[in-house]
Design a protein around this ligand. Structure first.
Ligand code: SAM
Length: 269
């Protein structure tokens, strides 16, 4: 593993990544690894480990090499067609579970891997939900995740340009739209730029394009007493909340992520 680590010195977390790739190749957990002698690798395991390290050294995220990413205690299939679920987005799930524990209907706009919708449906036993994405390829992954988590009877997925094809009203709306401005492109690492879909990241020059599209139509999908949870980028709170308040949403609050950034905007009528 030391050799693997040495080949990853240019990535952010070389020791952890080398270890996680070893666990993946051996098909064991961290506790079992402590008891394993690194020399005991078979030639086939060694060559798979080498290949995995080479992919990581070329900036492919560990989750995409392994094919799974943990989010809020569940594992999600991830490929190049979906955004890698981020720990920051768990702020939305925590806020939704706390503030809308009785929700029966959930809408997830820009569902990607389905991580927000499926985590909520897993935790809200009486709820059913709809996941929406513009990407057919992302929807295929979300459907696979629903099946894998035995939530396929509770979750439906449709292709729609935001709310265009959404019918009915929902008690709970979650949305993590693309919110990075094109002008910030140069600030992103290769791990993100080369491996997350561009449509999941960028929203015009200022990053606000998706909120501008969603705000005027949210009213038709949110039930009278419903609550919507939007992920926002660092420093976007004023601009995004203005877009929703001019559309008649009078109750707008925020939740901070673990780094202390206002990451989740909570919208009610
Ligand atoms: C930041 S990703 C979020 C994915 C997932 N919900 C998560 O939190 O990990 C944004 C998602 O919005 C989708 N998207 C982008 N433009 C869209 C549009 N016009 N209508 C619907 N979905 C869109 C992208 O395909 C992508 O899956």
């Amino acid at each position: 593993m030391r050799a693997g680590r040495a080949r990853l010195v240019h990535v952010e977390t070389p020791a952890r990544d080398a270890r996680d790739l070893m666990l993946h190749v051996l098909g064991i957990d961290a506790a079992a690894l402590i008891a394993t002698d690194g020399d005991a690798l078979t030639a086939e395991q060694m060559s798979r480990y080498d290949a995995a390290i080479a992919r990581r050294a070329a900036h492919e995220p560990v989750s995409k090499i392994v094919g799974l990413r943990a989010f809020h205690g569940l594992d999600f299939i991830v490929t190049g067609d979906v955004l890698d679920p981020r720990a920051d987005s768990e702020t939305l799930v925590d806020a939704a579970l706390e503030l809308a524990p009785d929700a029966r209907t959930v809408l997830d706009l820009g569902t990607g891997s389905g991580c927000l919708l499926l985590t909520l449906l897993h935790r809200l036993p009486f709820a059913t939900g709809l996941g929406v994405d513009a990407s057919q390829a992302a929807l295929a992954i979300a459907r696979q995740n629903a099946e894998r988590l035995h939530l396929d009877e509770k979750a439906r997925f449709i292709r729609s340009d935001w709310l265009e094809k959404v019918d009915g009203t929902f008690d709970l709306v979650v949305c993590n739209p693309p919110y990075i401005g094109e002008r910030e492109r140069h600030t992103l690492s290769d791990d993100v730029l080369l491996w997350d879909p561009q449509a999941a990241l960028f929203a015009d020059e200022d990053g606000l394009a998706a909120y501008r599209r969603i705000a005027p139509t949210l009213g038709k999908a949110l039930s009278e007493t419903g609550t919507a949870f939007f992920e926002i980028g660092s420093g976007q709170e004023e601009a995004v909340s203005r877009l929703f308040s001019v559309c008649g949403f009078g109750d707008i609050t925020f939740r901070r992520d673990i780094a202390g950034i206002r990451r989740c905007m909570i919208v009610r009528r």
